[in-house]
Each structure stands twice: as structure tokens, then as C-alpha cells.
Design a protein around this ligand. Structure first.
Ligand code: GLU
Length: 316
């Protein structure tokens, strides 16, 4: 009998240890983009501590920002990366979130800047954003941040989608092949640079990056405080020797108020306590600082993140 009790006791310890483990998933974007390796970099750091924290992190490739925001709000994903413009619209119930504000969205940190990129074939005769009229342009799949940002921008510029020769809804991961196979003349991608996606396009096709700048773009940025001017660096893609002016937003790590303080605290701690290591995991993190992680957030911080930031004097 005593033996049996001992076995039961042991089993229940095991069961409770097992039950205590928390599995968290980070929704990202196309595997060729920058969200996906960023999710991987975060999970790698989080999983270093899994024995002590009992938190295991995994990454999922998804359709992008809007998909992640919706999935987090519905409890299908614990974390996700999303453009700060989409987060702003989601939490405030604006634009495509008008009927359905995502009140549970919480910020964890803002990671790096993303820039709207217009990748076109060199022989496409597209030298400015206005030249996309009559051309075959991939805007992106529903659920991507690209698709929403580009739609707002075209609306602001009075370019109707029906003015384009073809409005592509391909996932951006498929765009480099579509370009090479001459199915499209160009595509938009809101992404952190350098990205494997545009590297791929620049080695399989002759490409150029089109500047997205000028008076109307300045007005657009002025109207939307989550956008800032930026430049895609020179010489990171074949055939693009100089910097390309454009604008962008921030890639923000988001979660839901339903996710545990412990999980959020663990993610923030794993990133911040290995910050130099994290920065070396992708060249897009080159200019980020611990302070910049708190800039450009439009959803309130999650309590678990607040706890870490307060303990470490990032915020009062
Ligand atoms: N900003 C893009 C989107 O929300 C994704 C960028 C990436 O995957 O790096 O659709």
C-alpha cells in the first residue's frame, strides 16, 4: 500500500510538472520576410530558460500583421508581430477594424523599423509610385500588413486599384517567383531590411526599388503619426547601389490581455537580458537600442511587460 501511495505521489508530481508547462506561439509572416526570423530569434532566447521557466516558445509562419492581430484577439495565437499602423487601427477601431475594435491587444515591445518597399523590374518603366497605373502589381494577401498600408496609401494618392493593370493578392513569399516568371511587374512589401525575400528577387530578376517620397507622401505621413520617413540602405540588394527614400512604421511584438503575466515577463526578460546577442541575430536590429523598444507603441503595454520594465527602470 505504502509503495502504491509513493508511486501515486511521484506520478502526481510528474503530472503537475507537465501541466505547469506553458506553450506559447508567436505568429509571424512569410518565411522569406523579417518577422519569421525575428520570431525565431525570440523563441531561441526564451527556450534557453525553458527548464526554469517551464515556458516553451514556437514560431508560426502566417499571412502577416492583420492575421496576427485577429488570431491574438481570438486567442488562437499568444504573441505575434505586427505593423504599428495596423495595431493602431485595431486597438482604436479604425479603418478595417471599425466594426470590430481589438480591445484586448497589448504591446510587449516595438522591435525594429519596417519600410514600405516597391520592388519592380528594371525594364518596367516604373520610376515613381504614380507609374504603377496599368501595371501588374502585387499588393499582397488579405491579412498582410502590406495590403492594408498600400490600400490606404493608394487611396490617399487618388490611385484606384482599378487603375492598375492587375491587382495581385499573392502572398509576398510568392512574389519573387512571380516577378521572375513575368506574371507581375512589381510588388509592395512593408518589411525590415535586409530581407531574404528581396535578396531572392534581386538575384533571380533585374530589379530596382522605387522611391516612395514627395509632397503627397509627406502629407500622408503628417496625417498618420505612426509613419516616419526612412531609407532602404544602399547596396544590400543586387542592382540597387544607392539608398531608396520611403516611409515606414515599426514592427511591434503584441499579445493579448488574456496571456499570462508570466509568459510576457519571460519573453521580455529573455530578450533584454540577452540584448547584444539578440541584436547579432539579424542585421535589421543594427540600430535598435533598449530605449527604442518602447518607442512607437500604440496598444497599452501588457502587465507582464510593465512588471519587467518597472523592475529595470525603463519606466516609472
Ligand atoms: N509587414 C508585413 C506584414 O504585416 C510582414 C513583414 C515580414 O514578414 O517581415 O504583412
Amino acid at each position: 500500500m505504502k509503495k502504491l501511495i509513493a508511486i501515486f505521489a511521484l506520478l502526481s508530481v510528474k503530472v503537475s510538472l507537465f501541466a505547469a508547462a506553458e506553450f506559447v506561439t508567436i505568429g509571424t509572416g512569410s518565411v522569406t520576410g523579417t518577422y519569421y526570423p525575428t520570431g525565431g530569434a525570440i523563441c531561441r532566447l526564451v527556450n534557453k530558460y525553458k527548464k526554469e521557466t517551464r515556458i516553451r516558445c514556437s514560431v508560426e509562419s502566417t499571412g502577416g500583421s492583420v492575421y496576427n492581430i485577429n488570431a491574438i484577439s481570438m486567442g488562437d495565437l499568444d504573441f505575434g508581430i505586427a505593423q504599428s499602423d495596423a495595431v493602431y487601427h485595431a486597438i482604436n477601431g479604425k479603418k478595417s477594424f471599425k466594426k470590430n475594435p481589438m480591445k484586448k491587444l497589448r504591446s510587449v515591445m516595438s522591435i525594429y523599423p519596417e519600410l514600405l518597399s516597391l520592388v519592380v523590374k528594371t525594364d518596367s518603366n516604373i520610376d515613381s509610385i504614380y507609374d504603377i497605373k496599368d501595371k501588374r502589381i502585387n499588393i499582397g494577401n488579405l491579412g498582410s500588413g502590406n495590403e492594408t498600408t498600400v490600400s490606404y496609401l493608394l487611396n490617399h494618392l487618388n490611385i484606384k486599384k482599378s487603375d492598375l493593370g492587375y491587382v495581385g493578392k499573392l502572398k509576398v513569399g510568392e512574389a519573387p517567383d512571380a516577378l521572375r516568371e513575368d506574371k507581375i511587374d512589381g510588388y509592395f512589401y512593408m518589411v525590415g531590411h535586409p530581407t531574404a525575400n528581396i535578396k531572392d528577387a534581386s538575384s533571380s530578376s533585374n530589379i530596382k526599388l522605387v522611391p516612395i517620397s514627395g509632397k503627397e507622401i509627406d502629407k500622408f505621413i503628417e496625417k498618420n503619426p505612426f509613419y516616419v520617413k526612412g531609407e532602404i540602405p544602399a547596396a544590400i540588394y543586387n542592382g540597387v547601389p544607392s539608398a531608396t527614400p520611403t516611409f515606414g512604421s515599426k514592427a511591434v511584438l503584441i499579445t493579448s490581455s488574456d496571456v499570462s503575466n508570466k509568459a510576457v515577463y519571460t519573453l521580455v526578460k529573455a530578450i533584454l537580458e540577452n540584448f547584444e546577442k539578440f541584436k547579432n541575430l539579424h542585421p535589421v536590429y543594427k540600430y535598435i537600442t533598449k530605449e527604442s523598444l518602447l518607442e512607437g507603441l500604440s496598444a497599452p503595454l501588457h502587465d507582464g511587460a510593465v512588471k519587467y520594465y518597472k523592475e529595470n527602470n525603463f519606466i516609472k
